[in-house]
Design a protein around this ligand. Structure first.
Ligand code: F6P
Length: 368
């Protein structure tokens, strides 16, 4: 059923990478080409390729055999922003609005629409481009799972599985040495990744940004376990975890990034603090970018395929300014505004927290 209006589109993968990007690219391109006869281009390195005019035309071969691949065949960038592109002038960092040039490029390439695959940063930029008249369809990606309007982003399930496997392995060494091991997880300002991986991996203590912790409660819980013959503890800490009345730990500031704060360091801080208070031997493991790597899980391959297919259908039907989303078991589409309205954080009364508390997991706010 060839589309009357849409003949040519481009796809980009913005922000940090995560497993499932290639599965989405494949599903968008194959659905658009096979079902709608649309020509599909790939923009390289997210918004960098749009700004610096780097794109390539896809054929069927280019998007075959990539379902299982991690990363992105197009490359990613979490530094570029057409509305505030960083550049150096006289040794100083300045920002330039190059969005009009980007729109010119889109017109010159005769792309009728862009499919923007990314997290909240990418959706924010996409929404602004839509305001300049660019036809946009968004696909929600991030291991943080913090995008509103979708129950799950793709990439999250794989990251949870990777982290769970790491926690399993840390269990055996923590038990053998009778140690407290703190595992620091990614997730930015949301605790989803630490919460789900912590539950799946049987973490004894889970610390997330949404529930500030009291270090004395954390320490007492580890000591209590020791007294009851459990001579090890696993503390799963989101990188955004913070003490009551305290701040998140910032690892560094990436000046030329639209979202310059990089969290990190809470794992080592917690290990030091717990050791000081309890005298128990502590170690910290930072999972870092391991959580973004590797082949997507079955769940993410299926979700990515559904998202990509649904995005191409929206394009084919000429429905723009929308983001595909998972709500319950259904793939739906929502206005881009809904996706960027606010970050989706863990509510402290979320059923997962209640279930974890009931099986004895401590969240650092009260003794269990
Ligand atoms: O948003 C995805 C994410 O992996 C966060 O969990 C993490 O805080 C951040 O990106 C790391 O960014 P970078 O790849 O720039 O170090």
């Amino acid at each position: 059923m060839p589309s009357a209006k849409v003949r040519k589109i481009a796809v980009l993968t913005g922000g940090g990478d995560c497993p499932g990007l290639n599965a989405v690219i494949r599903a968008v391109a194959k659905t658009a080409m096979n079902d709608y006869g649309i020509e599909v281009w790939g923009i390289e390195d997210g918004y960098s390729g749009l700004i610096n005019r780097r794109a390539r035309k896809f054929d069927n071969l280019a998007v075959s055999g990539i379902l299982t691949l991690g990363g992105s065949i197009l490359g990613c960038s979490n530094k570029d922003n057409p509305f505030a592109q960083p550049f150096e002038k006289d040794g100083k960092l300045e920002y330039r609005n190059v969005s009009a040039e980007c729109v010119d490029y889109i017109r010159k390439m005769e792309w009728d629409a862009l499919v923007c695959i990314g997290g909240d940063g990418t959706m924010n930029i996409s929404h602004k481009l839509a305001g300049l008249g660019v036809n946009i369809v968004g696909v929600p990606k991030t291991i943080d799972n913090d995008l509103a309007a979708t129950d799950y982003t793709f990439g999250f399930n794989t990251a949870v599985t990777t982290a769970m496997e790491a926690i399993d392995k840390l269990h055996t060494t923590a038990m053998a040495h009778h140690r407290v091991i703190v595992v620091e997880m990614m997730g930015r300002y949301a605790g989803w990744l630490a919460l789900e991986a912590g539950i799946a991996g049987g973490g004894d203590i889970i610390l997330i940004p949404e529930i500030p912790y009291d270090i004395n409660i954390v320490a007492d819980y580890c000591l209590d376990r020791s007294r009851h013959g459990k001579r090890f503890s696993i503390v799963v800490a989101a990188e955004g975890a913070k003490p009551k009345g305290g701040d998140m730990v910032v690892a560094r500031t990436v000046k030329d990034s639209p979202d310059p704060i990089r969290l990190g360091g809470i794992g080592h801080k917690l290990a030091r603090d717990i050791e000081d208070i309890t005298g128990l031997e502590c170690r910290a493991t930072v999972l870092g970018h391991l959580q973004r790597g590797g082949s997507p899980s079955a769940f993410d391959r299926i979700l990515s395929t559904q998202f990509g297919h649904a995005a191409a259908r929206l394009v084919g039907e000429g429905k723009f300014g929308r983001m595909v989303a998972l709500q319950g078991h259904r793939i739906v589409d929502v206005p881009l505004e809904a996706a960027i309205a606010q970050l989706k954080l863990v509510s402290p009364d979320h059923p997962l927290i209640a279930a974890a508390r009931s099986v004895g997991t401590c969240f650092g706010d009260q003794m269990c």
